[in-house]
Design a binder for this molecule. Structure first.
Ligand SMILES: NC(=O)c1ccc[n+]([C@@H]2O[C@H](COP(=O)([O-])OP(=O)(O)OC[C@H]3O[C@@H](n4cnc5c(N)ncnc54)[C@H](O)[C@@H]3O)[C@@H](O)[C@H]2O)c1
Length: 238
C-alpha cells in the first residue's frame, strides 16, 4: 500500500515508522510548508492518505483528497462540527473516509465499558459523574475528542445528564469535562462516579503514541477497496 502522510508531526512520524514496519511505502509526506504538494498529480499513485494535522486544516485536506478520489484516514480532533458534512459528501459521492477521535484499541474497549457503566449507574441517582482528561501541553483542542466521545456515551445512557460542559457545571444536568495540560502526557482519560459514600472510577492511560499510530495504519489497511464512512466499531467489530 502506498500511503500519503498529511501532517508530519508527532503522529505523522509515528505512523511513518509503523507503516514501513508493516511493509507499506510512503508515497508522499505533506506538512504545512508544502501544502501545494497536495495536488492531483502528486496523489496519482497513492492508495490512502492518513491525516493528522490541526483542527483548522483537517477539513480542507480531506476535501482535497476526496477530489482526487483518495480514501482518507483522519485522526485530527477539534474539527468535528464539519464531520457530518464530510460523511454526507462521502456517502453521496462514493468517497471513502475513516474517522476516529482515538485510534487506540484500549480506548475503544474503554468506550464500551463506559457506556455499560453509565447504563448501570443511571439507576443510582446518588452518584454524580465527571470526565477528566490530561494531555501534553502542545495539544490545541480541549476537551479532547476522546473525552467528548466518552461524554456522549454517558449522555446517551444517563437520563439525569443532558449536555457536556467544560470545567464547571451551571446546572444539575450538566456533565463536566475537566481538561489538564501537563508535560508530554500522550493521553489519560478518567470517568469518575462519586456519591457521599464512595467513588467508582474507570481510567485509560496511554503509555505512548504507538497504539494510536498502529490503529491508524490498521484503519488504512481496512478501508482499501471499500467505499463509505467507517469508524473503529467497524474495524474492531465492537
Ligand atoms: N485520533 C487519534 O487517535 C489521535 C491521536 C493523537 C493525536 N490526535 C490528533 O491529531 C492531530 C495531530 O496530532 P500530533 O500530536 O501529531 O500534532 P503535531 O502538532 O505534533 O503535528 C501536527 C502537524 O501538522 C502540521 N500541519 C499543520 N497544518 C497543516 C496543514 N494544513 N497541512 C498539513 N500539515 C499541517 C504541523 O506543521 C505539524 O507538523 C491533533 O488534532 C491531535 O489532537 C489524534
Amino acid at each position: 500500500m502506498k500511503i500519503a502522510i498529511i501532517g508530519y508531526g508527532k503522529m505523522g512520524k509515528e505512523i511513518e515508522k509503523l507503516a514501513l514496519e508493516r511493509g507499506h511505502s510512503i508515497g508522499i509526506i505533506i506538512d504545512k510548508d508544502d501544502l501545494n504538494k497536495l495536488s492531483p498529480e502528486n496523489l496519482e499513485n497513492i492508495d490512502v492518505a492518513i491525516e493528522f494535522t490541526t483542527p483548522d486544516s483537517a477539513y480542507q485536506n480531506i476535501i482535497k483528497c476526496f477530489n482526487t478520489n483518495i480514501p482518507v484516514v483522519c485522526g485530527t480532533t477539534g474539527w468535528t462540527n464539519k464531520l457530518n458534512d464530510v460523511i454526507d459528501i462521502c456517502e453521496k459521492q462514493g468517497k471513502t473516509f475513516f474517522y476516529a477521535p482515538n485510534y487506540s484499541l484500549g480506548v475503544n474497549i474503554f468506550f464500551k465499558l463506559n457506556t455499560f457503566l453509565a447504563s448501570i449507574i443511571n439507576n443510582y441517582p446518588a452518584y454524580d459523574v465527571r470526565v477528566e482528561e490530561t494531555h501534553h501541553t502542545q495539544k490545541l483542542d480541549a476537551p479532547s475528542g476522546t473525552a467528548i466521545t466518552i461524554a456522549d456515551g454517558i449522555l446517551k445512557n444517563m437520563d439525569r445528564k443532558s449536555k457536556w460542559v467544560k470545567e464547571k457545571a451551571e446546572h444539575k444536568d450538566d456533565l463536566v469535562i475537566k481538561s489538564f495540560r501537563e508535560g508530554n502526557v500522550p493521553g489519560n482519560h478518567k470517568v469518575i462516579y462519586e456519591s457521599s459514600l464512595d467513588k467508582i472510577q474507570i481510567e485509560h492511560d496511554a503509555k505512548n503514541r504507538q497504539g494510536l499510530a498502529f490503529g491508524a495504519v490498521l484503519a488504512a489497511e481496512y478501508i482499501l477497496g471499500k467505499t463509505g464512512y467507517f469508524t473503529m466499531n467497524d474495524l474492531l467489530k465492537i
